[in-house]
Design a protein around this ligand. Structure first.
Ligand code: PA5
Length: 414
């Protein structure tokens, strides 16, 4: 992975001015003294061989006895797995992992039940607190379907629970019913949990190589645990400098549709980590070139409060050589590869946006594979924590999420 930025919108001198602050933040993370230090478990990523083997064994069983695994969870208990599965799967083939409990739409759940129909299925219900309303509703519905289809005893063998080590309703039920369970570590919050069983079980069920995913993340961890030459820290500094220059919105930009959910994961990571105490960069995303024909006008020409971070994937798995174009207007495309055209669109857009006062940061990876996705996950987690600490917020809590729940529970007379 390579981080590329233009010196004209953020100079090396401006970056250097943050050296002391970054050193302090780095020390506070290493010494576990920063705000929210109880939630630094993701920093020293663990490869627990036995746990990984248990995940693989369960994934193999699910793949054998189920056409679908329904993953029930919301926020950090859902987005990471979806991001990785979408990024690393065929664009059109039906996936064997379905998602529920991330909304309260009756149409969604009815469509899901209809889609599952007579197919064999299992459930992985994921909730650290074990009490979140959306997954609790979906679990009650899908559990009932499992009971109807398989009877109580077999249904229990098809329910996999990922939750807190001892607290919460889910843990209690898992003990009573003898479900297979996985633990969300105490010291890892939802949005930093994709590289724990929260993400790894669904990802493994989707047939993705979790060893390579972890390898990428572990190597990123080694790279970003030291101060000099630390691109995660540089990215965090650049974001904060741009914020001070009035760039309140960051768009994560991709030119690969498979990265759409990676952006959704990234939005949650940065949005929940930084958006508090009246502070924070608003994280949003675009899928290009699709969105150049919808949001492109605003980005180029609207309010000058946006900067972009572009995910540049150098190589596709299979390129496509364009056929001879019969129309003189399109002749410039003849003989070019689609990857070449996609990259020219990307470079042209970066130049145009840059000229339109929209700074662009480039994050380059050679291809979308397990290793690089693992690396990017760790890179963004580390950058996000440091960036939040630069803003003097606690990057690991989310007190604002409670407000809607309070009002909703009042209306539901909880
Ligand atoms: O990042 C977070 O902590 C949140 O997004 C949670 O993951 C989300 O609210 C779901 O919580 P839980 O896993 O307790 O159901």
């Amino acid at each position: 992975m390579e981080l590329i930025y233009e010196n004209s919108f953020v100079t090396d001198n401006e970056i250097k001015k943050y050296s002391k602050k970054i050193q302090e933040i780095h020390n506070s993370i290493c010494n576990k003294e920063c705000p929210g230090s109880d939630f630094l478990g993701w920093v020293n990523l663990e490869y627990d061989k036995d746990e990984i083997e248990r995940i693989k064994t369960c994934a193999a069983k699910i793949r054998r006895d189920s056409d679908y695994l329904v993953v029930i969870g919301i926020g950090g208990s859902y987005l990471g797995a979806r991001a990785v599965i979408e990024a690393l799967s065929h664009s059109f083939r039906q996936k064997n992992v379905l998602f529920a409990g991330n909304n309260m739409s009756p149409d969604y759940i009815n469509d899901l039940l209809e889609f599952i129909g007579d197919h064999d299925f299992s459930i992985n219900v994921i909730s650290k607190s074990g009490t979140t309303t959306e997954p609790a509703i979906a679990f009650s519905i899908l559990k009932q379907k499992l009971y109807e289809k398989y009877g109580h005893d077999e249904a229990c063998k098809r329910i996999y629970v990922t939750t807190d080590r001892e607290k919460g309703l889910l843990r209690k039920e898992a003990i009573d019913e003898n479900y297979e369970t996985f633990t969300v570590p105490d010291n890892i919050g939802g949005r930093y949990s994709v590289l724990t069983p929260v993400g790894l079980l669904p990802i493994a069920v989707a047939g993705i190589n979790i060893d390579n995913l972890m390898l990428g993340a572990l190597q990123a961890m080694q790279k970003y645990e030291v101060l000099p030459d630390n691109e995660a820290y540089t990215y965090a500094i650049i974001r904060n400098i741009l914020l001070k220059k009035g760039k309140d919105i960051e768009l994560l930009v991709n030119y690969e549709p498979k990265l759409h959910y990676f952006t959704e994961w990234w939005k949650q990571l940065f949005g929940e980590s930084e958006g508090k105490d009246g502070k924070g960069i608003f994280p949003a995303g675009v899928d290009n070139t699709t969105d150049l024909h919808s949001m492109g006008q605003y980005i180029q020409d609207g309010q000058k409060m946006i900067f972009e971070t572009v995910l540049d994937v150098e190589n596709p798995y299979r390129d496509y050589k364009l056929p001879t174009q019969n129309d003189a207007e399109l002749d410039f495309l003849t003989g070019k590869s689609l990857n070449e055209v996609n990259h020219m669109a990307m470079q042209g857009t970066i130049k145009a946006h840059y000229d339109g006062d929209v700074p662009n940061i480039l994050i380059k990876i050679d291809r979308i594979d397990e290793y690089n996705i693992g690396w990017l996950i760790y890179f963004f987690e580390k950058a996000c924590a440091v960036s939040g600490l630069m803003l003097d917020v606690n990057p690991f809590n989310q007190p604002g999420v409670e407000a809607y729940k309070k009002e909703m529970f009042k209306l539901l007379k909880k």
